[in-house]
Design a protein around this ligand. Structure first.
Ligand code: PLP
Length: 417
């Protein structure tokens, strides 16, 4: 029997989430999410849906009509894009430079793709020339790539890929979950066909909603597989000639019908998540997208400088780092997991380790969304200094904080608060 006396209402411990995500949600987002529900066809709700589409066009820097939310975490948004676009047997090229490239591979394989991968060592990215060569060789129908792979903290440049893909008739899908609004993401300028993300990184919300944007080109491709389900099908619905999409929940053509003026019922839009996603975008656009990216740059830089000054070696190719998360090698003689535990339980601060080849080898420290601030950077550096010194790691006292303060002193940014 559930003991109501022992287990009260949810009341989580106070934590400062300075890992690779999730991060503390912006209080404005939490307030939006406590608003009462309305029916799914209430004009208030459909207005919110249209407003959300419009807000995320600005976030993605696109004119794409089909810019909307997938209900589920970032992985749901990835799966919707891939399972709707990939016909079984299609060749898909995936450059893998960390854990999330492997995730794209896994999802594409399950969708029945003939997957071809190229791999870069964790901590590096691909030169565009290597990807272009692989496209020429494999001749895929789709290139699926991660922009910022949080497992390694690296940011893959995308500028040159879109044009090349269009010329070669290749669809370009990108997972921008970790990087969006902390690093530039110019969907139209870079000619990306489908981009998905989540809220729990630089957008400053909880996980559970996956914004996506789809080019006309991509929509034309998936609409060939448009099959409206029985029970809601009407005479004017024409069957696409393509095979039925293997997932009902992630069937994008049907989801587009729901987000279109026809409002053809699919799932029940996750109202509370939509309230949250809408507020996340409003916060970023009110700050200004460029200012938001600059803020991530400033605080990420201050954190990296502070960690370096404490004699910690930064992980990976410094010229291709995301602004919003930094990896450091765990110094010899320090038990990385033990330090993370004490940091969490005694200081209330969470940082991350990594996965696969980097598990237990690096810590990842994020400065994202609501937590990309001067006070959070200084607090985290101070706590880390204490625990590193207790662990016997040697460096000049206060070096981390002083280095970060120097970054702030040199910056004229109005974000320096
Ligand atoms: C954090 C992250 C995700 C998260 O996926 P969820 O389903 O929201 O847990 C996906 N992709 C990348 C690149 C990420 O960094």
């Amino acid at each position: 029997m559930f003991d109501y006396k022992k287990h009260g209402q949810i009341n989580p411990p106070a934590r400062l989430l300075m890992g690779p995500g999730p991060i503390n949600a912006d209080p404005r987002v939490l307030r939006a999410m406590s608003a009462q529900l309305v029916g799914q066809y209430d004009p208030a709700m459909t207005d919110y849906m249209n407003e959300t589409m419009s807000l995320y066009r600005d976030i993605f820097q696109t004119q794409n009509q089909w810019t909307l939310l997938i209900d589920g975490t970032s992985r749901a948004a990835i799966e919707a894009c891939l399972v709707s676009a990939i016909n079984p047997g299609d060749k898909v090229l995936i450059p893998v430079f960390g854990r999330f490239g492997h995730l794209l591979t896994e999802i594409a394989e399950r969708a029945g793709a003939d997957v071809h991968t190229i791999e870069a060592p964790w901590g590096q990215v691909f030169p565009a020339s290597v990807i272009k060569e692989a496209i020429k060789k494999v001749k895929p129908t789709m290139l699926a790539i991660v922009q910022g792979d949080t497992s390694t903290t690296m940011l893959q440049p995308l500028e040159e890929l879109g044009e090349f893909c269009r010329k070669n008739g290749v669809l370009l899908y990108c997972d921008a979950t970790a990087s969006i609004v902390g690093n530039p993401m110019l969907v139209d300028e870079w000619q990306l066909d489908a981009v998905s993300c989540g809220l729990q990184k630089c957008l400053g919300g909880p996980s559970g909603s996956g914004p996506i944007t789809l080019s006309d080109n991509f929509v034309e491709h998936i609409r060939k597989r448009h099959h409206v389900e029985a029970g809601i099908r009407a005479d004017h619905h024409q069957e696409g000639e393509g095979t039925r999409i293997r997932s009902n929940y992630f069937d994008l053509p049907m989801i587009l019908d729901y987000w279109s003026e026809e409002r053809l019922n699919h799932h029940t839009e996750a109202t509370t998540m939509l309230y949250g996603a809408r507020e996340c975008a409003r916060i970023v656009l009110q700050e200004g997208l460029d200012n938001c990216i600059a803020r991530h740059q400033l605080h990420g830089h201050a954190m990296a400088k502070g960690l370096s000054a404490m004699n910690l070696e930064l992980f990976g190719d410094k010229s291709h780092k995301m602004t919003n998360v930094v990896g450091v090698n765990i110094p010899a003689g320090i038990d990385g997991e033990e330090l993370r535990k004490v940091l969490l339980l005694d200081f209330g601060i969470e940082i991350g380790t990594s996965f696969g080849p980097l598990a237990g080898k690096i810590w990842r420290v994020g400065t994202m969304g609501y937590n990309a601030r001067k006070d959070t950077v200084l607090t985290t550096l101070a706590a880390l200094e204490t625990l590193l010194r207790i662990g016997g790691h040697s460096f000049t006292a206060s070096a981390g904080i002083m280095a970060a303060l120097e970054v702030y002193a040199e910056s004229n940014s109005f974000n320096n608060v």
